[in-house]
Ligand binder design. Structure first.
Ligand SMILES: [Zn+2]
Ligand SMILES: [Zn+2]
Length: 416
């Protein structure tokens, strides 16, 4: 019976996904997308549909026919400032201005697929709601890729606005399509899966002088170069790399205007990625110490700013143990496997900080295409094979239903 429902909803999920793909919207601007989502949930007779959550988010509550626990499913809705290069009939022609530059808008991370999949799950579960013992909360999240300017948004803002509180969510599942695996494959990983991501800014103040007479000033370019090298010794010399990997990258180095002038100041920007919150804090300390000490050694002054971004995506081990056999049943044992850690970041981590959660990966590269020839997420050539959509619907629907069924007896028992 469930298989029939999955078959029936598949062409609709494909159509929704193509529509979203052709009409992508940036973070906190998902007005059209969220209106379609909200109308869909209302049409399905959801008990509650909350709109404008964290700017443009939608929270849908579907109460089953019997009492029971509460599980949440999450999809992100935002697109990226990328000009699409994929030749499909529903390619995006949408243009926008980003940081003062003209650019395209594209669902280059596959969030169009996530939104369509979760709409499909809503449709399937609404049809069997009488049999569901418990409640399913649907979280359609804006701005996963980050909110514009200092607007705030995304998962943390949805939590702050109570999306996990009423009804009180006890477990959460989410998925992400990935070009690293073929369609039909599902990937999981217990514990840390995706990295924390922090922005690094360094300002080095020297003392401007003639390039021919460096002894008369303080050269922030030479000091900055030493800082770059010094920062590279954090991971290689100061972190226990047998515990978790980490990355410190300097991606911006600005200083000077003319070949024979030593400038006053150098500005650097970078990113810090870790898979462990303790190591994350330790790296921040090392970055500050190394930068300040090297600057002092050269007679320069340093100012270090680290802006904490997304936390580590950590899949709850017990919930992962529950998830794996469900995925194997849904996709076939041979199609489910442990995936490598991902140095990218995801704000699904904030949901997981609040309640036990599992984030799975769904392969979306066509079976006849080589993985290394497939463009990664965020590329203008990122391509989602629609064959993965039904599997995504099946996976999330079954995880929700099975989790509610499994959580039931524990709840009926004494104490709870
Ligand atoms: Zn992304
Ligand atoms: Zn994404």
């Amino acid at each position: 019976m469930m298989d029939e429902l999955f078959d029936k909803v598949e062409p609709r999920v494909v159509a929704w996904r193509r529509d979203f793909h052709q009409n992508p919207e940036l973070g906190n601007r998902e007005f059209r997308t969220s209106a379609i989502v909200a109308a869909h949930l209302k049409g399905l007779g959801f008990d509650e549909v909350r709109e404008k959550v964290a700017h443009t988010g939608v929270v849908g509550v579907l109460r089953g026919g019997k009492p029971g626990p509460v599980v949440a499913l999450r999809a992100d809705m935002d697109a990226l400032p990328v000009r699409e290069e994929v030749d499909v009939p529903f390619r995006s022609e949408v243009k926008t201005e980003w940081n003062g530059m003209q650019c395209g808008v594209m669902h280059a991370c596959g969030h169009d697929a996530h939104t369509a999949i979760l709409m499909g799950v809503a449709e399937v579960l609404a049809q069997v709601r009488e049999r569901i013992a418990g409640t399913v909360v649907f979280l359609f999240q804006p701005a996963e890729e980050g909110a514009p300017g200092d607007e705030g948004g995304g998962a943390q803002m949805m939590i702050d606005e109570g999306c996990l509180a009423d009804p009180k969510v006890e477990a959460i599942f989410g998925l992400h399509v990935t070009s690293n695996h073929h369609t039909g494959k599902l990937g999981y990983r217990s514990g840390p899966l995706m990295a924390s991501s922090d922005e690094l800014r360094i300002f080095l103040r020297g003392n401007q002088t003639h390039g021919a007479m460096p002894w008369l000033g303080v050269d922030p370019i030479v000091v900055g170069s030493q800082v770059v090298v010094g920062l590279q010794t954090i991971v290689s010399r100061q972190m226990n790399i047998t515990k978790e990997p980490s990355v410190v990258t300097v991606g911006v180095f600005h200083g000077g205007v003319r070949d024979n002038i030593i400038p006053d100041e150098v500005k650097m920007e970078g990113t810090i990625r870790t898979f462990d919150e303790e190591q994350r804090d330790a790296i921040h300390d090392h970055v500050k110490r190394i930068t300040e000490m090297i600057a002092a050694a050269g007679g320069a002054k340093a100012r270090v700013q680290i802006k904490r971004g997304y936390d580590v995506v950590v899949n709850d081990p017990a919930l992962t143990d529950f998830t794996v056999p469900v995925l194997e049943r849904v996709a076939g044992k041979e199609n489910v496997g442990v995936v490598d850690k991902v140095c990218g970041a995801e704000d699904f981590s904030f949901f997981q900080k609040a309640v036990p959660g599992v984030f799975i990966r769904v392969g979306c590269t066509p079976p006849d295409r080589e993985i290394r020839a497939s463009a990664p997420n965020h590329s203008p050539r990122f391509y989602v094979d629609e064959g993965c959509l039904k599997l995504g619907v099946k996976a999330l629907s079954t995880l929700a239903l099975d989790w509610l069924a499994k959580a039931q007896p524990k709840r009926d028992g004494a104490g709870d």
